[in-house]
Write a protein that binds this ligand. Structure first.
Ligand code: CDP
Length: 232
């Protein structure tokens, strides 16, 4: 039964899930929950412990969760925009570093950490009028009864170009090739892990944003959300 007032947006790295989910949530008057930001926050904490490389895959999840709770890792609504907070302040600058990005797939493969993230997402979504939640396993595992599931993809070149642009880097062939390889490595790791791998839910609607403008992509989801009676 589609009981949850949730729009699930899943897809590979840099497909535009987060910015799209944020705009859809604003249009419909729902909150946006970025599950990747919590995995990034956990990775930040693991790096702050001094863990690197293989250590990130073998860390003690109980110790990491205790530290996440002590340091107050959570998704917090700050004037209509929900972001990860850590140590009582916004954590965006600390969770979007290259070091966090290259470690996050190892950390997110640890089942007990996934259970912790999923519990935060479910509790936050249940508390509000509804939520747009983006990630890799939102429609398959976290909210299998979401009212609407979208699987957002884009070509590797479009995704690499977007990431370089977000970081303000020049878009030349060498950088594009590098970034495309980094995204492919993360997608492989996220798709091949044993628990909650990146995969499209059988009842998700595929959306290829390669040749759509950002506004068209957002409007496509908002229209379907409204037709299901979600949001305003
Ligand atoms: O924004 P970007 O596409 O770079 O990734 P993200 O959404 O911030 O997610 C960062 C990482 O967290 C992913 O590469 C996955 O390893 C993990 N993740 C996950 O395993 N499950 C989710 N629901 C969301 C993110």
């Amino acid at each position: 039964m589609r009981s949850q007032r949730v729009i699930a947006i899943d897809g590979p790295s840099a497909s535009g899930k987060s910015s799209t989910a944020d705009a859809v949530a604003r249009a419909l008057g729902l909150i946006h929950l970025d599950s990747g930001a919590l995995y990034r926050g956990l990775t930040r904490i693991a790096l702050d412990f001094g863990e690197t490389g293989a250590g990130l895959s073998t860390l003690d999840p109980r110790r990491l969760i205790a530290e996440a709770e002590r340091r107050g890792l959570l998704l917090r609504d700050d004037q209509g925009s929900v972001h990860a907070w850590l140590d009582g302040r916004p954590a965006e600058d600390r969770i979007r570093t290259a070091e966090v990005t290259s470690g996050v797939s190892a950390v997110s493969a640890i089942p007990a950490l996934r259970d912790w993230v999923n519990a935060q997402l479910r509790a936050t979504a249940a508390a509000g009028a509804g939520a747009v939640v983006d990630g890799r396993d939102i429609g398959t595992v976290v909210f299998p009864d979401a009212a609407l599931k979208v699987f957002l993809v884009a070509s590797p070149a479009a995704r690499a170009r977007r990431r370089l642009g977000q970081r303000g880097e020049a878009i030349d062939p060498a950088r594009l090739a590098d970034e495309t390889a980094r995204l492919a490595a993360r997608d492989d790791a996220d798709s091949q892990r044993a628990v909650a791998p990146l995969t499209m839910a059988a009842d998700a609607l595929p959306l290829d944003g390669t040749d759509l403008t950002f506004q068209e992509q957002v409007a496509w989801i908002v229209k379907r959300g409204r037709s299901l009676g979600l949001g305003r």
